[in-house]
Design a protein around this ligand. Sequence first.
Ligand SMILES: [Zn+2]
Ligand SMILES: [Zn+2]
Length: 108
Amino acid sequence: MKCPACESEMAVVDLPMVEIDRCGGCGGIVLDKGETEVIDSLGLAPVIEQGVARGGTTRTTAAHCYPCGQDMVALRGAGDIEYDWCAGCERLFFDRGELSELDAFVDL
Ligand SMILES: [Zn+2]
Ligand SMILES: [Zn+2]
């Protein structure tokens, strides 16, 4: 899969519960919609559900979901975690550092 932010090819990272896609170029992380266990364990469900559109982003271009061919929606959730969400496949993209407060991703 291509990185939504920088178009590098992402690498699959095996975690105990799930596989995630991580970009070696920019450090971004993609969680697929089906990866609900990791979403649950990270407490991301309320983040996702309560996301509100965020004004600015550190990127100059929107994250892009290549499988769907559409731009992702920039959102901000609980705890000020910023992420991008694809309305087509409900994939989530986190820029490097956006998940750093969550222990599971610190040592990736
Ligand atoms: Zn990238
Ligand atoms: Zn998509």
